[in-house]
Structure formats: C-alpha cells, structure tokens
Design a protein around this ligand. Structure first.
Ligand SMILES: Cc1cc2nc3c(=O)[nH]c(=O)nc-3n(C[C@H](O)[C@H](O)[C@H](O)COP(=O)(O)OP(=O)(O)OC[C@H]3O[C@@H](n4cnc5c(N)ncnc54)[C@H](O)[C@@H]3O)c2cc1C
Length: 423
C-alpha cells in the first residue's frame, strides 16, 4: 500500500514537490490520511487504527522511500501529532487528534531557535499569562520548523516568566503568530522548513500542553520517537537506493560484462545490504521493546500516556548500540594501526574506508603464533559492518527466543531510574 501510494502520488510529482509548489505537500498529506496511512498506531477512540508501534514503524520505513514527502509525513505523524496524543488533555486530544490523523490538518513542532539547537533548553521564547488569565502571551522566534509552511497545528516551547520551559499548542491564524518564507535547502528540498515568529501572540490558556515548567518531558520524549521514525525513514530510503544500485550494476556493462561481476562492486553492494540489515535490526528491536514495555505498563494499570513515558525511553537501546559500534570501530582502527605497523600490512582505501589487504601467506611466514592468532581474531573486526551484523543477529536471535541480555536490562533499568529522577 505504501509503495502504491508512492508510485501513484509521489514519484510522478518529484519535481513539483522539490519546487515547493504551493499546496502540493499538504494535499499529499491529506491523501495519505484518506488512505489510513497516518492513523496506524493511534487509539481507535480518536479514529486511529489501534495498531502497535512496530506496525507504524513498518509504514514509516516504506514511506521513507518517498524523498521529501517522507520527511513531511514522518514529522507530521511523529513530532507533529504525538505531543498532543501523549501530553494533551482529553479535550485537546478530542479536538486535534482526529483531524491530524485523517490529514485534514498537518502538524509541526517548534523547539529550535536561532541560538538554541542542541541546547534546546536555552530557548529564549517567553510566555506570560495575561492579567485576566485567559491567554499566554508568547514572544520569540523558532527556526528550521518542518511542515511549518502549511501546518495548522504547532507544538511550541516557550519559557513561562522567562524560566519555566513549557509546551503550548498554537493554531495557525492565532493573533501575533506568523511564519517566514521557505528555506532553500541543499537536500530534501521539497519538505517545508520555515521560521516561526511570535509577537505578543495570544495563545488561549487552555492550549497549555502538559504542565508549566515540564516542557522538557514533552520535548525530549517526543524527540526520541522522532529520531526512531527518522531511522525508519532512512532505512526505507536506503533500501530503495540499494534496489536501484543493484539494477544499475546488473545492466551497466564495462569490459564486455555487467559491472556487478567485479569484486569491488560486489563488495560495495554487500556493504550496503549489511548496513541496512544492521540498522533494520536495531530499529525493529527497539520498536519491539517499546511495544512490550507499553503493554506491560498498560497491564499494570498505567494510563496510556504514562505507559509510554513513565517507562524506559529509547535511550538505553541507543546507548547499547552506540557502545557496540564504538567498540567495533575502536578494535578496527586498533587492528589497522597495530597490525599495519608491525607487519607493514598494506592498507587500501576503498571509498574512504581503510581495509587491510592480507593473505594467508603472511600467517604461514610469521613465527609468532600468538600474534597470528590475534590477527585472525582482529581481521573480521576490521570489517565493522560484518561484525556489527553478527552482533545484530545474536541480539535478534535472543529477542526471538525471549532471552533478555543482562547488559540491556541493566541499561533499561538505569535509564528508567534516570527518567524518574529527572521528573
Ligand atoms: C531540515 C531540518 C529540519 C528540522 N526540523 C525541525 C523541526 O521540525 N523542529 C525543530 O524544533 N527543529 C528542527 N530542526 C532543527 C534541528 O533539530 C537542529 O538543527 C538541531 O537541534 C541541531 O541544532 P543546530 O542546527 O543549531 O546545531 P548546533 O546545536 O549549533 O550544533 C552544531 C554542531 O555542534 C555539535 N555540538 C553541539 N553541542 C555539542 C556538545 N555538547 N558536544 C559536542 N558537539 C556538540 C553538534 O553535534 C553539531 O555538529 C530541523 C533542522 C533541519 C536541518
């Protein structure tokens, strides 16, 4: 269904999308909504399909092959809609979610400012409750806001009284709220990216999202899911690139044969496939963990929002994978440096990646069997993608067999504790 949608609605219109044709991206979001592609894991009481997180991740992945459209759709279903789903009051959910998941309205997320990017809590945008208590008056500026040019609903972060970081729902058309022109980007040119301006912007007090001073909970938990969705979309794009690359390598002939016959090309294709497999393993493993934890917490009586947010965030999985990656990289470079110097190993550079040209003759020739054994262990690690793929396979097998890796459990418990302490 995702592929059909991309074939029918997106691929024939790539140039129009990239030129930011007015109204086009919004109409695609609406069409995707009409086909149910935005509603996958949203609760049925708001018109969603009530599917699990893994299912919505699959949809995200496949739509990820949709060039700039995939950015708009991932931002809309993730950072654009989830803040209200997880932190909104019943009235806010009732008002916004049904329109967002049918694509009638598009959502955006305004956190970044010209002087606060990574340091998101350094935001300068302020909010002050009006004397009659009916409005929060917002003043400030946001930048790089995806879908900002056509969204109807924005989650915006501002500091109440200049120091309490807080979330707000801001509707397009709110007095004092305007958007800047579209940024001309180097890539994903068709996704809308604009600045937002707030000049004595009167946001109704009932549009406060969550609690005053607790905006960090919304901002960071939602960003975590946004990152996972970005990963899914990147895999979808990578998978499409690999298909196209294989097709080209099979049909492009040089020296009277398809270039796919050449070892260097086979190596590149294998590397692409391995890396996609590794990323896919990490993605779906994390998605499954989220599903499991949500179900566990729901069964223990927690409400929907707390079921996701009171439990472990995605951070532990990332730390685990980062640790694995860093270890493999460190071993790889250590092996290259040590073995390369000691035995004058010839190091080739293929696409910027060093690889050792080695042959069995060197093992036979070298008298130090301990060193030889060490090299035998290290050489597979030189090919980091392979070793990471092997780790991914072991973890996948453990997941299928229901075996919990102790380090993983400890990481999850520690992160859970950290989240509770932070709150
Ligand atoms: C296409 C696009 C779409 C976007 N969409 C949105 C959106 O919808 N909503 C939104 O709110 N924002 C959005 N952003 C903004 C994005 O989230 C920020 O770009 C991001 O938070 C990084 O901030 P920055 O660009 O200001 O980089 P900076 O924070 O200035 O970082 C610059 C560099 O310094 C590094 N750095 C920063 N701090 C440290 C540190 N402590 N240690 C080591 N290195 C560090 C960073 O890794 C980076 O390499 C978007 C950005 C782009 C490009």
């Amino acid at each position: 269904m995702c592929n059909q949608f991309l074939d029918a609605e997106v691929y024939p219109n790539l140039d129009r999308i990239d030129s930011l044709e007015p109204g086009l991206m919004k109409s695609l979001v609406t069409k995707a909504g009409e086909q149910g592609l935005l509603a996958t894991s949203f609760p049925e009481e708001y018109g969603g399909l009530g599917k699990d997180f893994v299912t919505s991740t699959i949809i995200n992945e496949y739509l990820g092959a949709g060039h700039s459209f995939s950015v708009a759709i991932a931002a809309h279903t993730g950072i654009g809609t989830l803040p209200i789903l997880y932190f909104g009051t019943p009235e806010q959910k009732e008002k916004y979610i049904p329109k967002l998941i049918t694509g009638e309205w598009a959502g955006a997320y305004g956190l970044t400012e010209p002087n606060s990017g990574s340091d998101a809590l350094g935001a300068k945008t302020t909010a002050k409750l009006s004397e009659d208590g009916k409005y929060y008056i917002l003043n400030g500026q946001k930048c790089w806001i995806t879908n900002g040019g056509f969204a109807q609903v924005y989650t915006v972060f501002a500091k109440v009284d200049g120091d309490k970081f807080t979330g707000f729902i801001v509707d397009r058309g709110t007095e004092g709220f305007t958007q800047g022109p579209e940024e001309k980007k180097m890539g994903i040119k068709g996704s809308s990216t604009v600045q937002l301006y707030f000049q004595d912007c009167k946001v109704p007090a009932e549009n406060l999202l969550g609690e005053v001073g607790k905006g960090h909970r919304i901002a960071f938990n939602i960003l975590n899911i946004g990152r996972l969705k970005l990963c899914a979309a990147a895999i979808g794009g990578a998978r499409k690139s690999l298909s196209g690359t294989v097709e080209y390598a099979k049909t492009r002939e040089q020296f009277k044969q398809p270039i796919s016959n050449f070892g260097a090309i086979k190596h590149k294709l294998a590397e692409m496939a391995i890396r996609i497999y590794v990323a896919e393993s990490a993605l779906y493993r994390t998605a499954k963990w989220i599903d499991e934890k949500e179900h566990e917490l729901l069964a223990s009586g927690k409400p929907f929002s707390e079921a996701l947010l009171g439990g472990p965030t995605l951070a532990p999985m990332w730390w685990l994978w980062l640790a694995g990656f860093v270890l493999a990289e460190a071993l790889r470079y250590w092996a290259i440096a040590t073995l390369g110097q000691r035995w004058n190993t010839r190091i080739l550079v293929i696409d910027g990646l060093p690889a050792i040209r080695s042959g069995p003759y060197r093992f036979v020739a070298h008298p130090n069997y301990l060193a030889v054994a060490l090299e035998l262990v290290c050489i597979p690690m030189i090919f980091d993608a392979w070793i990471t793929a092997a780790i991914a396979s072991v973890l996948n097998a453990a997941l299928l067999l229901g075996i919990r890796i102790p380090a993983e459990q400890r990481a999850v418990a520690a992160a859970s504790q950290a989240v509770r302490e932070r709150d």
